[in-house]
Design a protein around this ligand. Structure first.
Ligand SMILES: [Zn+2]
Length: 215
């Protein structure tokens, strides 16, 4: 089976280039052992895979869905579909009991300031699995400030007892190829690819229709 799978090297509901479909929850990402939840060993009953059956992939999946919800909140708070001239932020909090990830504490920056704080009031840093903010009128690459601050934010999470692998979601303008209009995109970075963002290699795009594991 693995020889017919597309070369998707991502988890969650993400794609590397706009020409690709977003991988489905039941698609096996290449290079990873699929999670078989039924049909084991029975040729009459083909295997079904479920990323949400893997606790590690489930966090990505739910965090991506929360990032998509955060973008909807950004859009609802903005007059311009490209999110005017203020940065916006939310924090993505994983409930340690249910595993659900929710977008919390919308912050809207000062016009033109080029920065916005992350607000963890009421939650603390321990259960932060992702941070999302917008770059109005700009691309969804990490800024020099983002690159500087990423390990600081990760440190706040780990010092509070949270886990490594903080996801940094950046909303910015992008398009689907030459001649196509700009639209809002969410791209995601972590410690494995944030440095390549500095070199102009965009992180995977997150599906704006992403849904969490429990639906
Ligand atoms: Zn930024």
């Amino acid at each position: 089976m693995t020889d017919v799978l597309p070369p998707i090297l991502v988890t969650g509901q993400r794609r590397q280039i706009a020409a690709m479909h977003f991988p489905g929850r039941m698609n096996s990402p290449s290079g990873e052992q699929p999670i078989e939840v039924s049909g084991e060993g029975d040729p009459e009953d083909p295997p079904i895979y479920d990323r949400c059956a893997d606790p590690a992939q489930q966090v990505d999946w739910n965090a991506d869905a929360a990032a998509a919800e955060a973008l909807r909140r950004f859009q609802n708070s903005a007059g311009d579909p490209l999110l005017d001239n203020r940065e916006r932020s939310m924090v993505l909090i994983r409930n340690p009991v249910t595993g659900m990830v929710t977008a919390e504490n919308l912050e809207v920056g000062v016009p033109g300031a080029g920065e916005v704080p992350f607000n963890v009031d009421g939650f603390g840093w321990a259960n932060v699995v992702g941070l999302i903010h917008s770059h109005p009128g700009s691309r969804s690459f990490p800024s020099s400030a983002d690159l500087y601050n990423y390990p600081v934010w990760q440190g706040l999470v780990t010092q509070a007892g949270g886990s490594q692998g903080l996801r940094l979601y950046i909303v910015g303008a992008g398009n689907d190829g030459p001649g196509t209009p700009d639209r809002l995109m969410i791209r995601v970075y972590n410690q494995t690819n944030i440095a390549s963002g500095e070199q102009g290699q965009a992180g995977p795009e997150v599906n704006q229709n992403a849904l969490p594991c429990n639906v």
